[in-house]
Design a protein around this ligand. Structure first.
Ligand code: HPA
Length: 266
């Protein structure tokens, strides 16, 4: 951890970010018109690099509305073969850099008709359907509790602020429960029907490990899903990753507007 943090501090002149923003599939456009310092994951000691198309693989440091921001351009996924400690390592680094708030974003499939492709969904809670947990293993009591509470994992007070931001920017923001599968295969229609019965609104292959670790470390956490498609069986069309990335571009401007408003307000 020390070598990672020292390296980053040297590269960005001790820029101490307040907020971390993790960009999901197809949402990389957010940083397009911003100036800042980019550090590729491949340069950072102990960082793994993402292998997925549409995921850049770098940290980007910038200032917005007088807030210092670190953006993860591209995240790691369990289905790439990484273990959960590699996937959540960046969150621990952010905590060490001084981050107080983590905004996790992703693309997800809707498991019900009234949540439509291109909708934005504020994550109110999640279901970890992977039977894996990033906190398995010896616990470092200096970081967090052995058995951390998960009742307010997506910080309620911040969710209220996000909803206020959506109102003020005229953004139609849904709210719902995100369920994570390991992927990489998409779900079967029967699985999607089951997820609906279980109380999920959207399904995806990320975010849950990072949210668990962020909450464990005492960081405030926000999760936002871009609904990129109807999940399997909700509509007749077959699923493909290109469609997921494409929807990120379609929704880029409302996504950027909402994230900007959130960063300004928190
Ligand atoms: N299922 C799982 N993950 C996803 C989906 C989906 O339909 N869309 C985007 N990520």
């Amino acid at each position: 951890m020390h070598s990672t943090v020292d390296f980053i501090n040297k590269k960005n002149n001790n820029f101490k970010p307040d907020i971390a923003l993790v960009l999901g599939s197809g949402l990389g456009e957010f940083t397009k018109n911003l100036n800042g310092i980019t550090i590729p994951y491949s340069d950072i000691p102990n960082f793994k690099t993402s292998t997925v198309k549409g995921h850049n693989g770098s940290l980007f440091f910038t200032e917005l509305f007088n807030k210092r921001l670190v953006v993860m351009q591209g995240r790691l996924h369990f289905y790439e073969g990484y273990n959960l400690s590699d996937i959540t390592y960046p969150i621990k680094v952010f905590k060490n850099l001084g981050v107080k708030t983590v905004i996790l974003t992703n693309a997800a499939g809707s498991v019900k008709k009234d949540l439509k492709p291109s909708d934005l969904m504020l994550i109110s809670d999640h279901i970890n359907f992977t039977s894996k947990n990033p906190l398995i293993g010896p616990n470092d009591d200096t970081l967090g509790e052995r058995f951390p509470d998960m009742s307010d994992i997506y910080t309620k007070s911040l969710r209220d602020i996000v909803k206020q931001c959506a109102k003020e920017t005229g953004t139609d923001l849904k709210e719902g429960v995100y369920i994570m599968t390991t992927g990489p295969s998409y779900e079967t229609p029967a699985e999607v029907r089951m997820f609906n019965i279980l109380g999920a609104d959207a399904v995806g292959m990320s975010t849950v490990p990072e949210a668990i670790v962020s909450n464990y470390l005492g960081l405030q956490t926000i999760g936002i899903s871009l609904i990129s498609n109807y999940a399997s069986g909700i509509s007749d069309t077959k699923l493909n990753h290109a469609e997921v990335v494409e929807m990120g571009k379609v929704a880029a401007s409302k996504f950027t507007k909402l994230i900007n408003a959130i960063i300004e307000k928190i």
